[in-house]
Ligand binder design. Structure first.
Ligand SMILES: [Zn+2]
Length: 92
């Protein structure tokens, strides 16, 4: 996953400085993974001002959104080149 989607890689590599809208998208993407909540919590800990409860809340809220690389490419240009761009479901 990390290798396939430029956005995931970007979020992981830039967890310390990631903007709020991108965190939200990251949470949306991770909702399609069975261990997504753990991953989201894990990477959120790199963020200054990390708060476990707020992180849980954010992840739950993101589950309402169906996000693919196509959506993400509106915010993050590199996802226009991703193989997930067509709106395919992310591999788990
Ligand atoms: Zn992507």
């Amino acid at each position: 996953m990390y290798d396939k989607c430029a956005f995931i890689k970007h979020c992981v590599d830039n967890a310390k400085t990631l903007s709020e809208p991108l965190w939200h998208l990251f949470a949306c993407v991770l909702n399609s993974f069975s261990n997504g909540e753990d991953l989201f919590d894990y990477y959120s800990q790199n963020y200054p001002g990390y708060n476990p409860l707020a992180t849980k809340k954010k992840f739950k809220n993101a589950s309402k959104y169906n996000v693919s690389c196509k959506t993400i490419s509106n915010y993050f240009a590199d996802c226009a080149k991703c193989k997930y761009k067509k709106g395919e479901k992310y591999d788990r």
